[in-house]
Design a protein. Structure first.
Length: 371
């Protein structure tokens, strides 16, 4: 079967000469860890996100875990998060020794529901980790008010939402800290694993820099038990080369999403609402009760799709007996229906139209009569 529209491609497009030049420059320098490229990227990324500080780390998972650790969150604490995300959000909470608690999602935004968060707060609750899923900002004004009311720390998971805004305000600016992933598929992607924490708190930034480097105050002096999680010089250089393209590539994602929305009006699927103009469309999910049949139909048409995500995090075997088994019926339903269509800045209008046409032509299989 000929693949007409792959789900995505990771070959460098347009920025390859700049990336190669940056990598070559780092190799010639002979400096690969905690050097000038990282320092420059941290300044540039902090500026781009409207933050005072950025601290480069090894991955988005480490970014969440280190931010929580730096806030003193650990064993005995509960951290409320969403059941609909990559499991790494909850795994990062587990890495601190805290217990993840899951609050169901808003059926419109598909991000964590503030009312469900309110109901999940207990005397042990120490923090909230909302996820700006698929590039759609969570309802941050309500979540911030809730966190303030209960005296909770808030660490925003911005791993899918680089430069997104909520009500015109940058995501990542509502909580005490924000975590970013630069996994190659992200809106701003490295050529391997990479991440960062942003914050406006100078003391928190200083602690994060110690924790990512084994808890060292200076070379060979470990003042607290830290990790080894450092954004290396080559990945920092790659990200510096790509960062100037990010706003334009996000604009292209928004244009493609708008094209899909127009073309899929009346199609036999549900297209989740855009609840904020600051959505950056890391992914373009649709919902269908006939997901398997629709997937097969699109595959037959040569169109690649993926499911983000098929299993709610609380139902993952890795969390069995660890997390509180909250009921999250909305997330359960969405995980059984969600399907991501191809959407990336290099997708052509023609390819997007082919995808939409194939979705519109889908006819659900007839249901067998009840016996």
């Amino acid at each position: 079967m000929t693949v007409r529209v792959p789900f995505m491609t990771l070959e460098p497009r347009g920025d390859e000469p700049a990336i190669r030049a940056e990598i070559d420059r780092v190799i010639r320098s002979g400096w690969f860890i905690l050097g000038p490229e990282l320092e420059a990227f941290e300044v540039e990324f902090a500026t781009a996100t409207g933050s005072a500080f950025a601290v480069g780390v090894g991955s988005g998972t480490d970014a969440i875990a280190l931010a929580l650790r730096a806030l003193g969150i650990g064993p005995g604490d509960e951290v409320i998060t969403t059941p609909l995300s990559a499991a790494y959000t909850a795994l990062a909470i587990l890495h601190t020794g805290a217990t993840p608690v899951f609050a169901d999602i808003d059926p419109i935004r598909l991000t964590i529901d503030p009312a469900a968060v309110e109901a999940a707060v207990t005397p042990r609750t120490a923090a909230i980790v909302p996820v700006h899923l698929y590039g759609q900002p969570a309802d941050m004004p309500r979540l911030q008010a809730l966190a303030d009311r209960h005296g909770l720390a808030m660490v925003e998971d911005c791993c899918q939402a680089h430069l997104a805004t909520c009500g015109g305000r940058p995501v990542g600016s509502f909580g005490i800290a924000a975590a970013y992933s630069f996994y190659p598929t992200k809106n701003l992607g490295a050529l391997g694993d990479a991440g960062a924490v942003t914050t406006d708190d100078a003391s928190l930034a200083a602690k994060l820099r110690r924790l990512r480097n084994g808890g060292q105050s200076d070379r060979y002096h470990h003042v607290e038990p830290g990790w080894n999680s450092r954004l290396d010089e080559i990945q920092a250089a790659v990200l510096r080369a790509r960062l100037p393209f990010l706003a334009g590539r996000n604009a292209r994602r928004r244009a493609l999403a708008a094209r899909y929305r127009r073309a899929l009006a009346g199609a036999p699927v549900i297209v989740p609402s855009e609840c904020d103009a600051g959505h950056v469309y890391h992914l373009f999910p649709i919902l269908s009760r006939q997901r398997e049949a629709l997937t097969a139909h699109l595959q037959q048409a040569g169109i690649g799709t993926l499911v983000h995500y098929p299993v709610p995090i609380p139902r993952q075997p890795a969390l069995a007996g660890i997390a509180r088994p909250e009921s999250c019926p909305v997330a359960d339903r969405v995980c059984s229906e969600v399907l991501s269509l191809p959407l990336h800045p290099d997708l052509t209008d023609t390819d997007a139209d082919l995808v939409a046409s194939a979705v519109r032509s889908f006819t659900a299989p007839a249901q067998a009569p009840a016996s």
